[in-house]
Design a protein. Structure first.
Length: 270
């Protein structure tokens, strides 16, 4: 079986940390500078979500609210509301999968039965005051994110973009190959071979489905991986090799053309 997410998980570190669980006492606002996206689990009660980027959303049943990227929003309620909330980091906005996800995802828990067992364990841990509680809940949130990404990928519509590409059995093989090994000297011919298609047909089908050319997509993915490696403190020359460039000079030119700054100038902002 071709694992469409393995390259994403290998190249970008995912993490989650619970920061609140219990009953709300007051309306609460979540800031976009809190260190990541958000995964909220409404266990009980009703509330309204206010955000400058979305219409007002009403929650009337146990629900999951997922913001893949940092987003300012507010919960307003009247009555008894119980929440469990986590800050989530899916590898930062450099991850093209994160960019392909909706800005906000809202689902009633009853509509996602595949999450039920994990949610049960998570809620049990949240209610107990045992040794290792925080670590256990954080790991369960991380597993919940993986399950959620599976669900999104399997249920996403066939619109143009990365999710559409990953849902195409042939293109997914080529995309997964790029994700898993960005240092490989991929050519259009090699990628077409991964997909089991002719070079010409692959190029057309990729652009129609993903919305960009295979070479442009590979470059975008490499730059995202490079940004992650640079933030970890790796030298530019080593980063260049790990994302498929023969030397730091060539890599820096491509980086500046795509990101708008040299690697060293970009890194000073982080």
């Amino acid at each position: 079986m071709n694992d469409r997410l393995v390259g994403v998980f290998n190249q970008f570190a995912f993490s989650a940390r619970m920061f609140f669980t219990g009953a709300l006492c007051n309306n609460i606002e979540f800031d976009e500078n809190m260190g990541g996206g958000f995964l909220h689990l409404v266990r009980k009660g009703s509330l309204k979500i206010y955000s400058s980027h979305h219409p007002i959303v009403s929650i009337e049943e146990p629900s999951l609210i997922f913001y893949p990227s940092p987003a300012k929003h507010q919960f307003v309620f009247d009555g008894n509301v119980e929440l469990t909330c986590a800050i989530v980091d899916l590898g930062g906005t450099n991850n093209l999968l994160v960019k392909a996800l909706p800005n906000m995802l809202l689902m009633a828990l009853k509509d996602v039965p595949s999450l039920a067992s994990t949610l049960s364990l998570l809620f049990d841990e949240a209610e107990l005051q045992q040794c290792g509680r925080q670590a256990a809940i954080d790991r369960l949130f991380e597993y919940l994110m993986i399950q959620l990404l599976r669900f999104i990928l399997d249920s996403s519509p066939g619109n143009v973009g990365l999710l559409a590409g990953l849902n195409d059995k042939r293109l997914a093989k080529a995309i997964s190959a790029m994700h898993s090994d960005p240092s490989h000297q991929w050519t259009l011919e090699l990628l077409a071979k991964q997909a089991g298609m002719s070079r010409a047909r692959f190029a057309v089908h990729f652009r129609e489905t993903v919305g960009t050319t295979p070479v442009d997509y590979l470059t975008q993915w490499r730059m995202g991986v490079a940004q992650t490696l640079l933030k970890k403190g790796k030298p530019i020359g080593l980063v260049a090799n790990e994302v498929g460039y023969s030397n730091a000079s060539v890599f820096s030119r491509v980086f500046k053309s795509k990101i708008g700054q040299s690697p060293s100038a970009w890194l000073k902002l982080y």
